[in-house]
Design a protein around this ligand. Structure first.
Ligand SMILES: CC(C)(COP(=O)(O)OP(=O)(O)OC[C@H]1O[C@@H](n2cnc3c(N)ncnc32)[C@H](O)[C@@H]1OP(=O)(O)O)[C@@H](O)C(=O)NCCC(=O)NCCS
Length: 215
């Protein structure tokens, strides 16, 4: 199977919207994407939005996007939407020191084939190329729903971090050299995990920004 990677453009807006909506079935109706959202994203910051295409017919199978922004991880806003702005893109600031990841998904039929890893690698290249400090994101804890009745969020994250438990999202992110900062509650709606997510960071090694506690 050959997968190619490109940046978002108008022609890809509809299939990318369909992919995101399919990959996040718990999303509320008001959060569901329409092609116009992706067109706006392509116009404002296409470089930061990576699309994975299955060759030869170029079927959209993966997507990862984000914005450049300045944020203080010790003092986050209540909701992720305050970081991203309208349509998950309007707060993009070319001068922001960080990349903040908004969407990240791979079609279920194509998972565990390192497409997600490649989408991360290409976004890390965007960060290095633009001399940004690093990559923040809030991890959708897809595995916590199975444990939320027996482990509190701190216990769950400690077990995922020590590799005693596997979380389909966070384990993959830790293996992609992200560091776990800690849990955040109601940053976005995700009922299966009781609205818990995990804040994570990857630092640009070329700028020596790996230790987020320094800033
Ligand atoms: C999170 C997500 C994007 C990952 O995409 P992906 O393409 O499956 O990611 P990768 O293939 O790079 O890595 C996933 C796992 O497959 C494993 N894998 C990849 N190729 C493999 C192979 N040939 N043999 C065995 N395992 C393999 C990876 O090692 C990794 O597992 P591990 O963490 O146990 O090592 C995808 O699971 C998804 O869309 N989830 C739903 C939406 C979501 O929650 N997104 C995250 C929002 S923060």
């Amino acid at each position: 199977m050959t997968i190619s990677y490109t940046i978002l453009n108008h022609d890809l807006a509809e299939p990318v919207a369909d992919l995101i909506n399919f990959c996040f079935p718990d999303m509320t109706d008001e959060d569901r994407y329409v092609p116009e959202d992706l067109i706006l994203m392509a116009d404002i910051f296409a470089e930061g939005a990576i699309v994975a295409l299955k060759e030869p017919r170029k079927v959209v199978v993966g997507f990862g996007a984000g914005i450049f922004t300045d944020l203080d991880w010790r003092n986050l806003p209540e909701r992720e939407s305050e970081i991203l702005g309208d349509f998950c893109i309007h707060n993009h600031d070319p001068n922001g020191r960080f990349y903040y990841g908004s969407e990240f998904c791979v079609h279920p039929n194509y998972r565990r084939q390192r497409i997600g890893r490649k989408i991360y690698d290409l976004r890390k290249e965007v960060i290095v190329r633009n001399k940004k400090w690093g990559f923040f994101a809030a991890s959708v804890l897809q595995g916590y729903s199975d444990y939320k009745h027996v482990l509190d969020i701190y216990e769950y994250l400690a077990k995922v971090e020590s590799r005693d438990l596997y979380d389909p999202t966070l384990t993959m992110q830790l293996r992609n050299d992200f560091q776990l900062i800690g849990p955040i509650h109601k940053f976005f709606d995700h009922p299966p995990a009781d609205h818990w997510s995990a804040f994570i960071y990857w630092g640009n090694p070329e700028l020596g920004k790996s230790n987020y506690k320094e800033f």
